[in-house]
Design a binder for this molecule. Structure first.
Ligand code: HEC
Ligand code: HEC
Length: 77
């Protein structure tokens, strides 16, 4: 089988993707505290009552403003 230029092209893309995946930083997302407020709280719609704009524990300026809070913020065990 003859190796074509396009094969090498895709090989390089594959390797680049792998390097990218393996060099991802360790998870640093702050965990949800295991305190009285958070322990029994499963309704993600209520998070913004205390973490929305103008509250005393707002999201950081550059926070990814998504709704599925608990996908990223794992609970402290
Ligand atoms: C009743 C108000 C309230 C609600 C509702 C609430 N939180 Fe909090 N949250 C706080 C307060 C106050 C702190 C700070 C606690 C501390 O520093 O010990 C905090 C801290 C946090 C932290 C840690 C921040 C840090 O500095 O490490 C995360 C993450 C968090 N909350 C996520 C959530 C998520 C996700 C939800 C929804 C499931 C939620 N919170 C709902 C009041 C609330
Ligand atoms: C896409 C992933 C992701 C989602 C979804 C997400 N967060 Fe975050 N959150 C992060 C990261 C990463 C940080 C740390 C940002 C930083 O340090 O600048 C953070 C920081 C925070 C902090 C501040 C912690 C501190 O140390 O002060 C709070 C509070 C928080 N998030 C609450 C929430 C709430 C409430 C929701 C749902 C509305 C939510 N997050 C959804 C990734 C996420």
């Amino acid at each position: 089988m003859k190796v074509k230029k396009v094969d090498i092209f895709f090989l390089i893309i594959g390797i680049t993707v792998l390097i990218f995946l393996f060099s991802a930083p360790p998870q640093t997302t702050p965990r949800v505290p295991a305190d009285d407020i958070h322990r029994d709280l499963k309704d993600e719609k209520r998070c913004t009552e205390c973490h929305g704009k103008g509250t005393n524990k707002p999201l950081p300026e550059k926070h990814p403003n998504k709704e599925r809070c608990l996908l990223c913020h794992k609970r402290k065990s």
